[in-house]
Design a protein around this ligand. Structure first.
Ligand SMILES: NC(=O)c1ccc[n+]([C@@H]2O[C@H](COP(=O)([O-])OP(=O)(O)OC[C@H]3O[C@@H](n4cnc5c(N)ncnc54)[C@H](O)[C@@H]3O)[C@@H](O)[C@H]2O)c1
Length: 425
């Protein structure tokens, strides 16, 4: 998604400029990000992101929406609150998404009972058993692969708990999850319950971004972008692996007293490396574009994705055996599967991934990576077929059950702290 730093549409979505849709409504720009020329750098002296929530759309804004014949109800057909001048950003961003706590409820009896059913219930139960087996296998390191909008949906604490309880040794993720969602919340911001049938034009007027039924304050997201630019500005200008840069994000959180539970923070504290192979395809990309734009002709911070692949391969070389726990598909799934082949390519052959579980909604019939079966990956020499299980279901439903059952099984208690971050250098 592209975010316009200048010209000020205030939206991240390409092709949704107000031109020809709505008259431009004057708006204030978020403090500390960019001026109207787009050439003012973010305030790299830091001091923490100011919140800009609470701004209302003024009378003019609503009159313009009405004049366009556009629906003026933020909440759409079934909508409350009623449209009037009092509809505010604060009013819409008032019910935060709450992260599910797998520690609070022992789901093992439910997951075991599902194993005697059919279809995805039985698959899920088997997947939970395989994850538990990975954790009990002393020789096995576990790599967690994450795609989709999982943390904005309330699954962040599940992954924090996995890191804090040695249920994962390395993470491969999309940037949206690690930067836009986890780091964003670590800075003090939240995701909010919204509605899937909201009027998106009206949301855009309020600088509210929508992920299905979840709202995000765009102004706060820009503070996240700007924080990445600040971190880059303070680093020695050279290429970094995403793992190194995310480590710096962890250091930033510690330095600035941001101790709210976060995957980036927990991983930093426990030496669990996080890799984001497409690091620029998220909030981090905006911060790094800003950094490189303003340092044109000078040494710059950049991201070296080949180095990510090398470092993750080195992590695999530290493990006797490996297991993949994949949520969603996309780049993280392939990146982690491929390290077996990469090890072979540098003449350090390792066994195929011994265990593999994937929770996904993707279909295999389009031939794309996300839905490709784990058996298929075996033909490429990546995944053993003995201990593999696909579960077809949406992750907000399936992940708490699979991880919750393994958490309460306590197979993780005997696991060593692998600190694979030390293998990456
Ligand atoms: N997701 C976002 O809101 C968002 C926002 C900004 C940037 N991006 C960037 O876009 C790129 C693609 O990321 P993505 O995370 O949207 O991946 P994606 O949409 O490519 O997801 C890959 C696959 O994972 C599966 N999947 C996704 N969510 C799932 C769920 N809840 N349950 C089960 N399966 C699910 C689907 O099969 C999907 O095809 C990344 O580089 C990311 O940083 C994403």
């Amino acid at each position: 998604m592209a975010c316009s730093w200048e010209g000020g549409t205030g939206v991240r979505h390409p092709g949704t400029s107000y031109a020809g849709v709505l008259p431009r409504i004057a708006r204030t720009r978020p403090a500390g990000v960019l001026g109207s020329t787009g050439r003012t750098p973010p305030d790299v002296s830091d001091g923490g992101p100011p919140s800009s929530r609470g701004r209302t759309v003024g009378r003019l804004g609503w009159r313009l929406l009405s004049a366009q014949g556009l629906p003026t109800s933020i909440q759409g057909r079934r909508g409350t609150p009623a449209v009037n001048d009092t509809v505010s950003k604060t009013g819409l961003l008032r019910a935060p998404i709450q992260h599910i706590d797998i520690k609070a409820l022992d789901v093992r009896p439910l997951v075991e009972a599902m194993g005697h059913m059919a279809f995805q219930a039985r698959n899920l139960s088997r997947a939970a058993g395989l994850y538990d087996a990975m954790l009990r296998d002393e020789r096995c390191g576990v790599i967690l692969c994450l795609a989709g909008s999982l943390f904005s949906a309330g699954l962040k604490q599940v992954v924090v708990d996995m890191v804090r309880h040695r249920m994962v040794d390395a993470i491969v993720s999309t940037g949206a999850l690690i930067v836009d969602q986890d780091f964003f919340e670590a800075l003090g911001f939240r995701h909010y319950k919204g509605r899937a049938d909201a009027d998106d034009n009206a949301l855009r007027e309020l600088h509210i971004d929508r992920i299905y039924d979840t709202y995000i304050d765009e102004d706060e997201l820009r503070e996240c972008d700007a924080t990445i630019a600040r971190i880059a500005a303070e680093l020695e200008p050279r290429p970094y692996s995403s793992r190194e840069f995310i480590g710096e994000m962890g250091r930033y959180l510690v330095k600035h007293g941001k101790t709210r539970d976060s995957v980036v923070l927990a991983a930093h504290e426990l030496g669990v490396p996080i890799f984001v192979p497409a690091f620029s395809d998220c909030s981090a990309g905006f911060g790094l574009v800003h950094h490189q734009w303003h340092r044109a002709g000078k040494p710059q911070v950049s991201i070296d994705s080949a180095r990510d692949f090398l470092e993750l391969t080195k992590c695999r070389l530290r493990m006797e055996d490996s297991g993949l726990f994949m949520v969603g598909g996309g780049v993280p799934k392939n990146f982690a599967q491929d390290i077996v082949v990469a090890a072979d390519f540098v003449e350090q052959p390792v066994a195929m991934h011994k265990y593999a579980v994937q929770l996904t909604v993707a279909d295999e019939r389009d031939g794309a990576l996300s839905g490709s079966t784990l058996r298929e990956a075996s033909s490429w020499g990546k995944v053993s077929t003995v201990h593999e299980q696909m579960v077809y279901g949406e992750a907000t439903v399936t992940m708490p059950l699979v991880v919750g059952a393994a958490f309460h099984g306590r197979g993780w208690e005997q696991r060593p702290e692998r600190r694979l971050v030390d293998a990456c250098g």
